[in-house]
Design a protein around this ligand. Structure first.
Ligand SMILES: Nc1ncnc2c1ncn2[C@@H]1O[C@H](COP(=O)(O)OP(=O)(O)OP(=O)(O)O)[C@@H](O)[C@H]1O
Ligand SMILES: [Mg+2]
Length: 330
């Protein structure tokens, strides 16, 4: 089962450049969370702090009974077995073929024999759609393939926490849809804790249980999908609805003159909240909330048109029917 990650008062700077400070939130065990934010707000740096590849200036990252920044090297090595990490650039070893790259954590962290390693590697390669690419070197495959090889490698140890830095960048829309489905299915099967960094608003709106936004040296908001997607907070509303109006500008932040120019950003109605992506066998994941539940609990009306799927079914009204009938999404 997944483990929660509790971040408290985290601050990171490089020299005089403060990346973010006082970041505190809990990434719930066994749920899918996504972290978004303009380029350069420190999302990749944040993931590296979670696994102890970078050390924060201050603050805590509690995983299990350890506090990552305070672990000794050998404790950190132990803890990393619990993590499967897909780095933004794939971080494959350039001189090793894809098979050996994916087998690497198994050879490094387990005493499994080569025949079992082979079984696991081929299974994960098939899972991410890379069968047949075993002998290729990283330099001989496309960017999207590198991403998927990195993901296969992140999965071989059956991690309890999966961190993925832009797994969908450089993927075509069809592969992105397959990848999102794979994440949902993996979460249903493994119950692992997922934290996915993405720039894809389409992914962010339908995949995760929770969403967070990094902006202006801090975590603006983190919470259940329905909370974030119905929010009228200017930066949250702007980002998750991909609008130009609002505090976020081309160069990450707009200056005061630019904001004054635009006048008060009009209060914009959040876009309809689509039904959440279901596992392909129609199961309801333990982490999945009933559609509209969070909104109802907080007395917030769903944005008009919410929870209607492509076939016109209303998930708010028909949820019980949908799951009774073993609903299968397309
Ligand atoms: N090792 C490092 N030394 C110095 N500065 C760094 C280092 N790593 C990252 N930075 C700086 O930290 C800031 C945040 O970088 P990071 O890669 O985390 O951004 P990001 O939010 O992941 O952006 P993107 O969406 O483009 O991937 C950037 O200004 C970057 O230059
Ligand atoms: Mg990044």
């Amino acid at each position: 089962m997944g483990i929660e990650i509790r971040v408290e008062g985290l601050k990171k700077s490089f020299g005089r450049q403060v990346i973010w400070e006082d970041v505190s939130f809990t990434i719930p065990a066994g749920e899918i969370s996504a972290l978004l934010g303009p380029s350069g707000t420190g999302k990749s740096v944040f993931l590296k702090n979670l696994v102890g590849l970078l050390r924060p200036d201050r603050g805590h990252v509690y995983v299990g009974d350890g506090d990552v920044p305070r672990l000794r090297e050998n404790q950190l090595y132990e803890l990393r077995r619990k993590f499967g990490v897909l780095f933004q650039d794939g971080a494959l070893f350039g001189s090793m073929n894809i098979y050996d790259n994916i087998a690497f954590p198994l050879r490094e962290h387990t005493s499994k024999g080569e025949s079992e390693i082979r079984r696991i590697v081929l299974e994960k390669m098939e899972m991410v759609g890379l069968s047949g690419a075993e002998e290729k070197l990283p330099g001989e495959i496309s960017g999207g393939m590198k991403k998927r090889a990195g993901l296969a490698r992140a999965l071989v140890l059956n991690p309890e926490i999966i961190l993925a830095d832009e797994p969908d960048s450089g993927l075509d829309p069809v592969r992105t849809a397959y990848l999102n489905q794979l994440f949902v299915d993996l979460n249903a099967d493994l119950g692992a804790t997922f934290l996915i960094v993405t720039h894809d608003i389409g992914t962010a709106r339908v995949l995760p249980d929770n969403l967070g936004l990094l902006f202006r040296r801090g975590l603006v908001m983190f919470g259940p999908r329905e909370m974030i997607l119905s929010s009228t907070h200017p930066a949250v509303n702007q980002f998750f609805n991909a609008r130009r109006q609002g505090p976020i500008g081309m160069a990450e932040e707009k200056d005061q003159a630019q904001l004054d120019d635009e006048g008060e950003a009009p209060q914009t109605m959040p876009a309809p909240i689509q039904p959440q992506l279901m596992p392909s066998d129609g199961r309801v994941r333990p982490a999945m909330r009933r559609p509209g539940e969070w909104l109802a609990q907080h007395n917030i009306k769903p944005p008009p048109g919410s929870f209607i799927d492509d076939e016109g079914r209303d998930w708010l009204k028909d949820w019980d029917d949908l799951i009774d009938n073993g609903h299968r999404p397309r």
